[in-house]
Write a protein that binds this ligand. Structure first.
Ligand code: AMP
Length: 439
């Protein structure tokens, strides 16, 4: 989370009341995030606020705390309504309100499509203080739920306004705005300031103050970032090609699933690379074992899930390969932060196939630039095809055999599995399998 700029040390400094300072502390929030430090004082002064901030920046707190503080002064049902583009986000925001308002009996309800209207009507009948809703479902209730209106509403929040609008909620948002009281406060949060967001801002905010959490995600200039478009079926060939081109580098290869780390590490070993897997499926002890092997230089390729993109004490590497593009763009920044540390240079290459192009575009959006393509000669890549497929076949068989052995050792410890803590152990098993399968 971005640090706040003015060295604001606590929520009290921002004007947050004691009850809510305590609520923040019980959530583990001690120091306000940048967007909180920027937005909360203006919001508490009674201004409308436009916040440019991403999910993950602490923006929910930035609008929830001023709303709850105002509610404490004049409690009433249907005090605030937050519009969110997705049900997941609506639930998350509603939970945050409930958690922050736990000590004051705050009631928050999330309304979204895909579930029964009647259950939600019961929740609405309990007259919650806060509604967090996706626009379509809110409008359904405003049109069809007897006795329900938002005539007393004091605060409206448009969260992720850019997404709200790009998802063609424009018309329904217009319809909702028409039935909300004009005498209210409005907060608009958006990751980017698009034209549509600007239009919405003019339509529903009064003399707003604009605050921004500076780019939460950044990459260092010494990290050369590239991508390579690859057909999914040749992804392994491209990986091997890049690793071969970059011989002598220490590398981390990021995959999406634990199972892929295991198979891919075995496959790379079949091809003569010194690769070792690390994933969340391994015990802490085994992860540390694999890490030590990597740190000691006995393996120079760490095949990992995002478990290794943060939190673990891994030395800087020369090369990061995104074998799978992360579905959560934040992880991209954590991953490539593993290279080009402390002024050193590094390369990050993302393998983008037809299925994860969308996620890659999302990353480019956050980077705010187009990355150059990693140069490769297709004929050379495809020449690897046969050996790479054969290695994969063997890797899958080895993984199956090892799982079978584990099952047979039922009840015993599994120290000797392929994630084992000594490289010699790992090497021995993989070699013995190689011999067997080639017989
Ligand atoms: P948000 O951007 O609102 O989705 O928040 C992202 C995460 O940061 C959530 O898990 C919040 O609980 C957490 N968070 C929000 N504000 C703070 C803070 N001041 N200190 C620590 N964590 C926070």
């Amino acid at each position: 989370m971005a640090e706040n700029p003015k060295e604001v040390k606590n929520f009290r400094d921002l004007g947050v009341c004691e009850q809510l300072v305590d609520a923040c502390e019980s959530r583990g929030w001690v120091v306000p995030s940048k967007i909180q430090a920027e937005a909360i004082p203006h919001a508490l002064e009674g201004r409308d606020v436009i916040g440019l901030a991403e999910t993950g920046s602490g923006k929910t707190g930035a609008f929830a705390l001023p709303i709850i503080q105002a509610l404490l002064e004049k409690p009433q049902p249907f005090f605030a309504c937050v519009l969110s583009p997705t049900r997941e986000l609506a639930l998350q925001i509603s939970d945050e309100f409930t958690a922050l308002g736990a000590g004051i009996g705050l009631k928050s309800v999330a309304l979204f499509g895909g579930v029964s209207m009647s259950d939600q009507q019961i929740s609405i009948a309990k007259r919650p203080h806060i509604l967090v809703a996706t626009p379509g479902r809110l409008f359904d209730h405003l049109s069809n739920t007897k006795g329900f209106n938002l005539n007393m509403l004091k605060f409206l929040v448009l969260d992720e306004a850019d997404r709200l609008l790009s998802m063609e909620f424009e018309k329904v948002i217009d319809d909702i705005l028409k039935v909300l009281p004009r005498d209210r406060r409005t907060f608009l949060f958006s990751a980017t300031m698009t034209k549509k967001v600007g239009k919405l801002q003019r339509a529903c905010l009064k003399n707003p103050v604009k605050v921004e959490a500076s780019a939460k995600y950044s990459t260092v200039d010494t990290c050369e970032q590239k991508f390579r478009l690859v057909p999914a079926k040749h992804k392994d060939c491209y990986l091997v090609y890049i690793l071969t081109k970059m011989t002598g580098c220490t590398s981390m290869v990021f995959t999406r699933t634990c199972e892929t780390t295991r198979i891919l590490a075995l496959q790379l070993r079949e091809l003569g690379f010194k690769a070792i897997p690390i994933s969340g499926q391994m015990t802490q002890q085994k992860r540390l074992g694999a890490l030590n092997i990597f740190k000691a230089g006995q393996a120079d390729i760490l095949v990992c899930t995002d478990v290794a993109s943060r939190g673990l004490d891994i030395p800087s590497v020369d090369l990061v390969i995104n074998y799978d593009i992360p579905s959560n763009s934040k992880d991209y920044f954590h991953r490539i932060g593993r290279t080009a540390r402390a002024g050193r240079s590094g390369i990050a290459v993302s393998l983008v196939n037809q299925y994860d192009a969308e996620w890659y575009l999302q990353i480019e959006k956050l980077l705010n630039k187009k990355l150059p393509e990693f140069d490769s000669k297709e004929e050379e890549v495809l020449m690897l095809s046969e050996s790479v497929s054969e290695a994969k076949r063997r890797a899958i068989m080895a993984a199956k055999e090892s799982s079978g052995n584990k099952r047979r050792r039922k009840g015993g410890d599994d120290d000797g599995d392929e994630d084992g803590e000594t490289y010699a152990n790992y090497q021995k098993k993989s070699n013995s399998f190689k011999k067997k399968s080639r017989r």
